[in-house]
Structures are given as C-alpha cells and as structure tokens.
Ligand binder design. Structure first.
Ligand code: 5AD
Ligand code: SF4
Length: 455
C-alpha cells in the first residue's frame, strides 16, 4: 500500500517516524509524498499541550472528503493516529469519523499487521447493499522493554542524525503527560548505540543528536551517559555530538567533565527550568529548588567554558501568583539563557496537576506573563548575540537559507543559527564564520579562510 506519514511534535516523534518508515518499507509498503493517492495516512501526533492536539485534529478534519470519496469507491483507506496522542486518547480517537487505526509509541512493530486488518472492509455491509463498514484497529499497550532494537531508522536529513538512546520517563512532573504516553524509562545497550553511530558516520552524517525523554538518565549495566557521549565522540567522521532533552537532576561531575574535555561533544546544555519559584517547583515535582538550579548553572559554567544554556519555561501553572512569576522572571535574568522555549500551562488529562490543581490562572494572565517573559528573553538573547559580533565561530553547514537568496545557514557549537553568504561548500562542512550582525534568534556573518578549507 502507499503510505503517507506526517509528524507533529518533538524530535522524539521525528525519530519515531524514521523507525515507522523503516518498519513499513520492510513490510513491503511504499512511502508516498502526498495524501491524495495514498491508501494509508498516518499522523504521528503529539499530546504535550492543547495546541498540539488541535493541530492534529485540524489535520484529521481535512481528511474527511477523502474518506468519503474512498468509501464511495469501496477502496480501502486507512487513517491512523500514532505516537503520544494515540497513547493518550486511545479508543476516544475513533470518535473522529476518519480515524480507523490507533497505535501508541510502543506498538510500531505491529503497524503492518494493524494496517492490513484496518484496510480490509468489515464483512457484511457490502453484501447488504450498504457501504462497507470501516474496520477499527488499536494497539496502545505500553512496554517496559521495547527500544526498537534491530530496526534501522529510515532517515532523510544528511547532516544530523537523531539517535534515540533511551525511551520513557519515570519523573512524573505533575504537569506532564509523557510518563503516561511513553511509559517507563529504558536504555539501549551502549554497544548497539555506538554501532549505529559508526554506521551513520559511514553514511556521511556529521552530527549525531542523542535523544530521550530524559536523555541524561541513560544508564545500562556498565555504561553511563558520559561513557556513551565519549564513545560517540571517538567515532571517526562524526564532528559533533549533541543530546536532548536532559533533566537538571542528572548532571554528575563526570558528565560535565566529559562535555568539557571532548571538543566534539557540543558545549550546549538544554536545562529545563520550568519555573523560578520554589513553591511552584515543588508543586510541579521538579525535585530541585531555585538555589540548587543556580548552583548547577554555576558548576556547569565553571566546568565548561563558553557553554550555551537553553531552557524550557511554563507560565501560569495552577496557583502561580504574580510573585511566583516574578521569581521565574528573576531566574531568567540571573541565569541569562541563550534561548528559551516558553509555554503557557496547558492542563493535560490524566496528569497529577489535572487531578489535584484546577487550571485557575486566566488565559489573559497567562498571555500577559508569557509576553513579558518573551520580551525579557529577547533582550537577553540579543545582548548575548551582540557580544558575539567580531568573533569567529565554527559553523556546521546545514544547507541553503530559505529566506535569504545566495546564503547558507548552519549552527554554532552552542546551537545558534548563523546565516552567511554561500561558500560553495556542501551541507556537513565545517566553516569558520566571523559574526557581523546579530538578532535575538540568529547571527549573520561571513565565512573565513575558504581557500584553506577547500584545499
Ligand atoms: N503545559 C505547558 N507546557 C508543558 N510542557 C510539558 N507539559 C506541559 C504542559 N502541560 C513543556 C515543558 C517541557 C516541554 C517539552 O514542554 O516545558 O519541558
Ligand atoms: Fe515530562 Fe518531567 Fe518527564 Fe520531562 S522529566 S518528560 S517534563 S515528566
């Protein structure tokens, strides 16, 4: 069958879609670049916030005419919802008239079988003269062991490869749905991961990004997360090793030292703070106080010179007062993050917060707080980026700049986007770029010493 797959949400979903493609192609399906002539449409959906839901539902609504057309033609048509959204909503997704397949993040090996069953018309309807009934198939059982060992992801990007090293989360932060949609933590054996990295280097990938819901909680018998990073950094051909998303609770000194010691392990740490008030941090069950977070930041900066720090923040968590918000504002000012993802609290069914704390901060107050925090973060990022003017950074070229003709884009080690006049070098090349201009979200510069690099 021709399968069209669309992905929403975080990098884990992007990486999962690479596994899904591989499983489907292995089973004899053909991948299709467009919906219209597909027999199967799969939407790998996200559940983390309400707007992620809305996006997926909007997508499903657009498939209604096609569902009706296929029903008229008595042609099989499977519409499946996958990923965290599938796990979270399970059978409730069948209430949407186009959906007839639901598969959670630990059920992808069963997809070929589910598709085959869902694609067969239900017996009876056709013979009695009515339209054939749509069959509905679901597999949303979480596993404690599934790591998709032996499935080789089918990747498209040629510079960066996502490598899932652990799955699941045991933290149960009170606002978060992930522990319920992704299940318990489990890590892949170090040798298996490093073999994959070796293969990626041979295919020409220059960067690997280790992924996990709590990537730095990675541990197996005999290997720590630091061992894994160091192992990958030693693979010939790999120029950069990154990881996301970690939890502040799992940064032992040897991990920081590994990042500092190895030039190929990028000096960039995404350190989700979420909130700046101790009372809210406690209600969120984040397991650190603001003082502890600040001392971790000090320790990181002392160990890894020029480290880039980025973060996630939530405004409007239940009971958040103006004083609590000021604490978040104050923490953002004190730490000076290089960039931040800022979200309005969004109540997720099934979470501890949804059970225990009413979502009482008004939408207006949430908007007001998020705007103030955006403004602050913009100011900080602009200041930090302006400090980079006149300095030279090594940039990994990703490709052509979409918005500036004749320019390329790439990233610094600190994950800052850089735009510069095209060098003629291919994506994956490393090039020194002198920074000439800065905005809060990007740097603009000129590549240096191209003759040396081209030689
Ligand atoms: N509401 C708002 N933001 C959330 N996040 C996770 N759950 C929620 C929620 N219910 C944010 C956190 C997390 C990021 C991936 O998404 O900041 O770090
Ligand atoms: Fe969600 Fe907290 Fe786990 Fe991150 S650590 S995935 S925020 S429960």
């Amino acid at each position: 069958m021709k399968v069209y797959l669309e992905t929403y949400g975080c990098q884990m979903n992007v990486a999962d879609s690479e596994l899904i493609r591989s499983i489907l192609v292995e089973a004899g399906h053909e991948l299709s670049p467009q919906v219209d002539d597909s027999d199967v449409v799969l939407v790998n959906g996200c559940a983390i916030r309400e707007n992620a839901y809305r996006k997926t539902y909007g997508r499903l609504d657009l498939l209604r005419p096609l569902r009706l057309e296929r029903q008229r033609e008595s042609r099989p048509f499977v519409v499946g919802v996958l990923g965290c959204m599938a796990q979270n909503m399970k059978e409730a997704l069948f209430r949407h008239p186009v959906v007839n397949l639901v598969a959670g993040p630990d059920s992808y090996r069963a997809l070929p079988d589910l598709i085959a069953k869902a694609g067969r018309p239900k017996e009876g309807g056709h013979r009695s003269g009515r339209r054939p009934k749509i069959k509905k198939e679901i597999d949303a059982d979480l596993s404690i062991v599934e790591t998709y060992s032996g499935v080789e992801p089918l990747r498209f990007d040629g510079v960066n490869a996502w490598v899932v090293v652990m799955r699941g989360c045991d933290n149960f932060c009170t606002f978060c749905v992930v522990p319920y949609t992704r299940g318990r933590e489990r890590s892949r054996p170090k040798d298996e991961v490093l073999e994959e990295v070796q293969g990626l280097a041979e295919e020409g990938f220059k960067q690997v990004t280790f992924l996990g819901q709590n990537v730095n909680s990675y541990r197996t018998e005999g290997a720590s997360f630091a061992d894994l990073l160091l192992g990958a950094a030693e693979v010939p051909g790999i120029e950069r090793v990154r990881f996301t998303s970690p939890h502040p609770k799992d940064f032992p000194e040897p991990l920081l030292e590994a990042i500092a010691a190895h030039p190929k392990i990028c000096s960039h740490i995404h350190l989700p703070l979420q909130a700046g008030s101790d009372r809210i941090l406690d209600l969120m069950k984040r397991t650190y106080t603001r003082t502890e977070f600040l001392s971790l930041v000090d320790q990181i900066r002392a160990t890894i010179p020029n480290v880039a720090l980025t973060t996630d923040l939530i405004v409007g968590f239940p009971t958040e007062t103006e004083a609590d918000f000021q604490d978040t504002f104050d923490m953002v000012e004190r730490v000076g993050f290089d960039s931040a993802y800022i979200f309005k609290y969004s109540e997720r069914i099934g979470t501890i917060a949804a059970r225990d704390f009413p979502d009482e901060v008004s939408p207006k107050v949430k908007t007001d707080r998020i705007v103030r925090l955006f403004d602050l973060q913009h100011r900080i990022a602009l200041e930090k980026n302006r400090d980079k003017i006149g300095k030279t950074f090594e940039v990994l070229i990703e490709g052509e700049a979409e918005k500036r003709v004749g320019h390329q884009i790439g990233k610094t080690e600190g994950h800052m986007m850089v735009v510069f006049p095209s060098t003629g070098l291919p994506p994956g090349a490393l090039v020194p770029v002198e920074i000439k201009e800065a905005s809060p979200a990007a740097l603009f510069g000129e590549a240096l010493r191209l003759s040396v690099l081209n030689a």
